[in-house]
Design a protein around this ligand. Structure first.
Ligand code: PAY
Ligand code: ZN
Length: 332
């Protein structure tokens, strides 16, 4: 039966539309799809996880994917929704998809920071549209304005979720100032969004072998560690070989060039990131962070036009399939 669900993958969607799409998939394809909340945000939104897999067994390798950890990076949830649609709706047509869904369990959170995302959609004001953090309640700090003036109080909202994981928390490239864009929060995992990732991944008891987190922009494929220059895990050769192969597959589609390396070596050192935590604390072998289109050094990088969603999704999916393949070769 041709169960077509009306959902335009070439547009940016609201949180409500995203939820409706995931639920429609779960209802239409109950043999391969389950949707469940993994946590509740400060503003009361349920963070949805979609599990895709047939003949689920504990010993199938698991692959984690999250999008939208940063509010303004709209292309991230959009490409993750494309991955979901490929896995679920092409299953009956495409033997590659069937193999990926039969032999692995996919745990996908397309929109990890729905509060921040909805906020960034609420106005085209740059302050709002370019919001990065979540929407945690206001925190205040005393700031001194000069030697002879009394300190004033400044209050701001939001934690940078990609500084809130427990990996060299608060050490570099992060801030203790609640008004900073890279405010790391009061302690590691102070936020419901990061806690929901931690608790879900921990709950899988080592089943998750691959951890992919999607950001924009700069066209970089990162592997750990991002917290310090020239700092690598023991099996860095496996990770860099896989990342290079993935970047090659990505480029083969439309010629889009990616830089491959650690976040620290390619962009800047930053601690408390999820990809480092997945590798360093959770011992997940294949942990990668994608910085999607556009290229580095453009002024409007977070404002990627909707006509770029499908090409970005298609090329990135090529890279993800390489990483999934590698996961299967290592853990099947
Ligand atoms: O591990 O090096 C890391 C983290 C890298 C990302 C981060 O700061 O969390 C990089 C930025 C991101 O996608 O959030 C890059 C973009 C362009 C930004 O906002 O600076
Ligand atoms: Zn980001």
């Amino acid at each position: 039966p041709e169960n077509r669900i009306a959902f335009n993958l070439a547009k940016y969607h609201s949180f409500a539309e995203t939820i409706n799409y995931l639920n429609a998939l779960a209802i239409t394809y109950p043999d391969r799809v389950h949707v469940m909340p993994i946590g509740i945000t400060h503003e009361g939104r349920q963070i949805p996880l979609i599990k895709i897999g047939t003949r689920s067994r504990a010993d199938k390798p698991g692959i984690w994917i999250d999008g939208g950890i940063h509010a303004r990076e709209w292309i991230s949830p959009a490409v993750v929704l494309y991955f979901i649609s490929q896995l679920v709706t092409e299953y009956d047509r495409d033997p590659t998809m069937r193999n990926l869904v039969d032999s692995m369990d996919w745990y996908i959170v397309p929109l990890l920071n729905p509060d921040g995302y909805e906020y960034s959609r609420s106005s085209s004001d740059v302050e709002v549209r370019l919001w990065r953090k979540n929407r945690s309640p206001t925190m205040c700090t005393q700031v001194s304005t000069g030697l002879f003036s009394p300190p004033t109080t400044q209050c701001c909202q939001g934690v940078d979720l990609n500084r809130n994981f427990d990996w060299f928390f608060g050490q570099v490239g992060s801030s203790t100032d609640p008004c900073s864009e890279i405010y790391n929060g009061r302690f590691a995992f102070s936020e419901p969004e990061t806690r929901s990732v931690r608790d879900f991944v921990t709950g899988q008891n080592g089943k998750i072998k691959t951890f992919l987190t999607f950001h924009s922009y700069s066209q970089i494929l990162m592997y750990p560690f991002g917290h310090q220059l020239r700092t690598y895990p023991n099996d860095v050769n496996d990770l860099s070989a896989t990342a290079n192969k993935a970047a090659q597959a990505l480029q083969s589609m439309y010629g889009t060039k990616y830089t491959v390396g650690t976040g620290a070596d390619t962009l800047y050192p930053a601690s408390g990131g999820s990809e480092d935590w997945a590798k360093g604390q959770m011992n997940i072998k294949y942990s990668f962070l994608f910085e999607l289109r556009p290229e580095d050094n453009v002024w409007d990088g977070f404002l990627l036009a909707e006509n770029q969603i499908i090409p970005t999704s298609r090329e990135t999916w090529e890279a993800v399939k390489i990483i999934a393949d590698q996961t299967l070769q290592t853990f099947r």
